[in-house]
Write a protein of this length. Structure first.
Length: 618
């Protein structure tokens, strides 16, 4: 299907229904060539079975190069089928069925709501049902993630209240009230749009649904492997890098691994100031052995896409400079920087969010919500801290720490508890005090780092969106579109240093322009062709040839007599003002340009670090 959106094919028929089994391997190969995926549906009625397009088993699906999006449905056609106890039971059965079929860790199982639930029914029955599913999956070790399959309203509300990873929207059910007037949920990955008939290669046909798949969302399952772990690639990658760093033999292998991992994104001047430049030798050595910077991997616990570069930058910050007090600048490489950017976002959006508390509730580390301090960023900060602390305390090398953290049954299952207990002693008061100090402290290091990080983030911004007339409120995760952070002063818009320089240059240009315009006007008004006639007739003044005539070109002067001046009195002061403005603006532009060059954020940070903690900067 060239030129169209990626789509999926799904059969709604259970085994034995008319047309089921008509696809076979050859039919599925045709579907694959046509650009289709193949969601599977598990229905339990005695022994659970997997139903794909035409009712075939997984053995026919994967050889045809199709993928599976597992759906769990047991009844689910009446309100009485939903509730917490039922959800818990279904969660256990879904886990056992998926494991029996061989699905690996991190697979998303979409639990179906094949019922037109109202908003009130969603709150009373559907959400509790999914809470039960989540509790059951957690009790089995969080091997699988829950998704939701239902109307737009069902998917949106379930995702909001239970943090379903992906939504499979039953958009084809146009009669469902939950699809009328409701937008797609933010986390939709598939949308069921049309029921049709597919003609197989051998003349057989079978009914199937056409589903739109949104690129960049749920990748589906291309093969079954009980031992599969979404983080397995990252674990193997770090293990290989550690071997190379050890063989390289120059420096701490742990730090070398972290530096290679962050070298692509976190090695500019500010990060070099904070962490020192990434070792060029290990970069060249590892690349010579075929290694490249890993861009991303999926978290086995939440299904979110994580940035290993950010994780390793945070880990190195902790390994190098982490400590028990917030003032250690290693903290700024993790959650403190996120708080600054979130605060700046709030100031930008303050017209629609008067309450900073409400803004944090809605935006800070909320699953499914895009912001500069999103949920994935919090995970990366947390994991970076824990991995860096392992290396700092010499409990494990980085390869062992990554294996222990992301391996099956690893620490990632309770990462936030480990971080909270280790960093804040399990005390909410300490966490609150650290956050308050990070945001409000007048300590030289803290204030300089605060300014440096924000200015670093807005580098290259020509005009901040909060100064533009725009309705855009889009915020990105780890690589946001550049925007200038607000200063925090109520009602004010931020001005970047480059903008300050340009405005002084504009003043230096406008000053002479005003002076020249005033001078031209003075010549026009004060230098008539017939000065005697002008004095007598136009101004009613006596003409005195002995005292009259031009008095000079600067300042401008042309008199009728000893006391009456033809050049307007305001002209010469305006000329002087224009010249003075040009001189002042030009001087300020030079001063601002020097300030910008000499006081770049990274240099300010470096000086503050050396003043506050000389040993840490080495």
């Amino acid at each position: 299907m060239s030129g169209g959106p990626p789509r999926a094919a799904e059969a709604e028929r259970p085994p034995g229904a008319p047309g089921s089994g008509a696809a076979g391997l050859e039919g599925r190969q045709v579907l694959a060539q046509d650009g289709a995926f193949d969601p599977g549906r598990t229905r339990a009625g005695g022994d659970a079975q997997l139903v794909g397009a035409g009712g075939a088993a997984l053995a026919d699906i994967f050889p045809a190069k199709l993928k599976v999006f597992p759906i769990w449905q047991y009844g689910a056609r009446d309100l009485k089928d939903f509730g917490y106890p039922t959800g818990y039971l279904h969660g256990l059965r879904a886990h056992d069925t998926a494991e029996g079929l061989g699905f690996g860790t991190g697979t998303v199982i979409h639990c179906a709501v094949d019922y037109d639930a109202t908003t009130e029914q969603i709150a009373s029955n559907i959400v509790p049902y999914f809470n039960g599913v989540v509790a059951a999956l957690n009790s089995r070790g969080k091997k699988y993630l829950h998704g939701v399959h239902g109307s737009r309203n069902v998917c949106a509300q379930v995702s909001k209240h239970t943090y379903a990873r992906w939504s499979f929207v039953s958009g084809m059910s146009w009669g469902f009230s939950g699809n009328l007037g409701f937008p797609h949920p933010d986390n939709w990955s598939l949308n069921q749009i049309q029921e049709s008939s597919f003609n197989g290669p051998n003349g057989g046909s079978f009914p199937l649904d056409k589903d739109i798949w949104r690129p960049g969302t749920d990748p589906g399952v291309a093969a079954v492997d009980k031992s599969a772990n979404p983080a397995g690639t990252f674990v193997a990658y770090v293990s290989k890098l550690y071997e190379l760093a050890t063989a390289y033999g120059k420096g701490d292998p742990n730090r070398l691994v972290m530096q290679f991992c962050r070298s692509k994104k976190y090695n500019d001047k500010l990060w070099q100031t904070l962490l020192n430049p990434a070792d060029a030798g290990i970069i060249a050595y590892a690349k010579g052995k075929g290694m490249e910077v890993l861009e991303e991997f999926n978290d086995p616990s939440t299904g979110y896409t994580l940035d290993p570069q950010h994780i390793m930058a945070a880990a190195e910050g902790q390994a190098k400079a982490g400590g028990p007090e917030f003032a250690y600048y290693g903290e700024f490489m993790r959650w403190a920087g996120g708080l600054y950017m979130l605060y700046a976002e709030w100031r930008r959006d303050s017209d629609s969010y008067s309450s900073g508390y409400k803004y944090c509730q809605d935006k800070m580390a909320r699953p499914g919500v895009r912001s500069s301090f999103g949920y994935a960023v919090l995970i990366e900060d947390t994991d970076g801290y824990l991995l860096g602390q392992d290396c700092k305390a010499k409990k494990k090398n980085i390869a062992q720490a990554v294996q222990a953290h992301y391996g099956d049954g690893g620490r990632f299952l309770k990462r936030f508890s480990h971080f909270f207990n280790d960093r804040f002693g399990g005390t909410a008061g300490k966490a609150k005090a650290a956050a308050h100090s990070i945001l409000t402290s007048s300590d030289g290091l803290v204030t300089t780092m605060r300014t440096g990080i924000i200015e670093h983030q807005v580098k290259g911004c020509r005009r901040p969106p909060c100064c533009r007339r725009t309705n855009s409120t889009n915020t990105a995760r780890a690589s946001p579109s550049r925007w200038c952070a607000c200063t925090g002063r109520s009602g004010s818009c931020p001005v970047s240093l480059s903008m300050r320089v340009s405005r002084w240059v504009e003043g230096a240009f406008c000053g002479p322009l005003g002076a020249v315009s005033s001078y031209a006007w003075g010549l026009f008004e004060g230098s008539p062709f017939d000065i005697e006639e002008t004095c007598r007739l136009a101004h009613g003044r006596q003409w005195d040839p002995d005292a009259a005539g031009p008095g000079g070109l600067f300042p401008l002067s042309n008199k009728c007599n000893a006391t009456y001046e033809l050049v307007p009195a305001y002209v010469n002061p305006l000329i002087y003002l224009g010249i003075g403005t040009a001189v002042v603006c030009l001087g300020m532009a030079v001063h601002q340009a020097r300030t910008r060059r000499e006081n770049r954020p990274e240099q300010e940070v470096e000086r503050a670090i050396r003043r506050s903690s000389p040993g840490a900067a080495r």
